[in-house]
Design a protein around this ligand. Structure first.
Ligand code: NAD
Ligand code: WQD
Length: 338
């Protein structure tokens, strides 16, 4: 019998790429998604890539009754990978209650379900935003949480605290994965980032500009104290990120972790500036980008990149794709979905 893994937010960007890796590694996957920021059609792409049938159970995990439904419908599950959350940083500043309600209640209901049907393992989607704006670089997991600039970021910090308390009291185990900047698409271009809301992150803004959906791209500031004045981030390819989830899950399934909670940075350990990203796109794809320099975006920090050596050492995670592959796959995906 295959090991059953439940994936919340499975139709979203990172969830859909992760279920490809899970299915290709022999896991049975239960997809749970409210579709608030995604579309079930992504699963057609997953089916084409993996040649396996897969369907979504549409459920709002923030609904107080959701865990009871899950407990009745789904048992014998070895682990939950919890992606389901709202993730737009700016929107969370405008609508803090919606973000606290959705992200924290969804997590609490996952805990209740795990308790009710004895699910032993949890992987949680966290973010480098938990470190705030005052950290030494490259940032390590031992860095204390900073002041998170947004309600979204605070839901990730609170999520980790809640997880620690829950896991230790219930004798379960879990890993929080702190993503840096996920980007790119599956090499087949059958799946990629396909949100219901307008894209705000740099790479989709680049590809949407190149294809003509946007007139131009604004670089948010070129007066930062960085090598070319634009902000520096750690861009990690989506399939490398997906792989890390299977590895983290297996770390738990094969009893390699002796504590109830741990956290891992997922980045490539190299910072790239916004202007370097633009040039990498132009060089990789041969497309010229219409861009101009604009003012700084409020809340942006000048630079952050990961020390991801803990994930490499303990989870055996080695990112295999660089910025060229991010740009090539993101561009292929943009061209295919139009
Ligand atoms: P996404 O919006 O593409 O996917 C999230 C999915 O969760 C969506 O399909 C959405 O419909 C679903 N969802 C949201 N609330 C739900 C609820 N109450 N019940 C059921 N489903 C719900 O986002 P993503 O980029 O795939 O992000 C996945 C996770 O990773 C999120 O927790 C996000 O905060 C985290 N994260 C993302 C990034 C990034 O840059 N993409 C970086 C760091 C962390
Ligand atoms: C990257 C760089 C922008 C768009 C966000 C969240 C973080 C995490 C990852 C969830 C920045 C610049 C962008 C544009 C630009 N998500 N930029 N013009 O802000 O590093 O991180 O996603 O957890 O929490 O904050 O990502 O892709 O928005 O920006 O110049 O049109 O690109 O200023 O320097 P960010 P991003």
């Amino acid at each position: 019998m295959k090991t059953k893994i439940a994936v919340t937010g499975a139709c979203g960007y990172i969830g859909s790429h992760t279920i490809v890796d899970l299915l290709q590694n022999g896991y049975d996957v239960i997809c749970l998604d409210s579709l608030v920021n995604s579309n079930e059609r992504v699963l057609l792409g997953v089916e084409k890539i993996t040649r396996q049938k897969i369907s979504n159970t549409k459920i709002d995990l923030a609904d107080p009754l959701s865990w009871k439904f899950l407990a009745e419908e789904f048992q014998d599950i070895s682990g939950v990978i919890h992606f389901a959350a709202l993730k737009a940083v700016g929107e969370s500043v405008q609508q803090p209650l919606r973000y606290y309600d959705n992200n924290l209640n969804a997590l609490l209901n996952v805990f209740k379900w795990m308790d009710a049907v004895r699910i032993p393992n949890l992987i949680f989607s966290s973010s480098c935003t938990v470190y705030g704006d005052q950290c030494s670089l490259p940032v390590k997991e031992t860095q204390a949480f900073g002041i998170s600039p947004s309600p979204y970021g605070k839901t990730k910090q609170m999520g980790e605290w809640m997880m620690m308390d829950f896991l230790s009291a219930s004798h379960k185990q879990g890993i929080s994965l702190r993503y840096f900047n996920p980007a790119g698409a599956h090499e087949s271009a059958l799946i990629g980032e396909d949100p219901r809301n307008p894209a705000l992150n740099l790479v989709p803004v680049i590809t949407e500009t190149a294809i003509g959906k946007r007139e131009s791209l604004t670089v948010f500031g070129n007066d930062y104290p960085t090598r070319d004045g634009s902000c520096i981030r750690d861009y990690v390819h989506i399939m490398d990120l997906a792989r890390a989830h299977t590895l983290a899950l297996e770390y738990l399934l094969y009893d390699k972790m002796s504590i109830s909670f741990d956290a891992y940075n997922l980045g490539i350990g190299q910072g790239i500036s916004v202007l370097e990203m633009i040039h990498a796109f132009e060089e990789t794809t041969g497309q010229k980008l219409n861009y101009q320099i604009g003012p700084r975006r409020p809340g942006d920090i000048p630079e952050i990149w990961a020390d991801a050596s803990k994930a490499e050492k303990q989870l055996q995670w080695k990112p295999e794709h660089g910025v060229e592959e991010i740009m090539r796959s993101a561009w292929e995906w943009e061209r295919r979905r139009n």
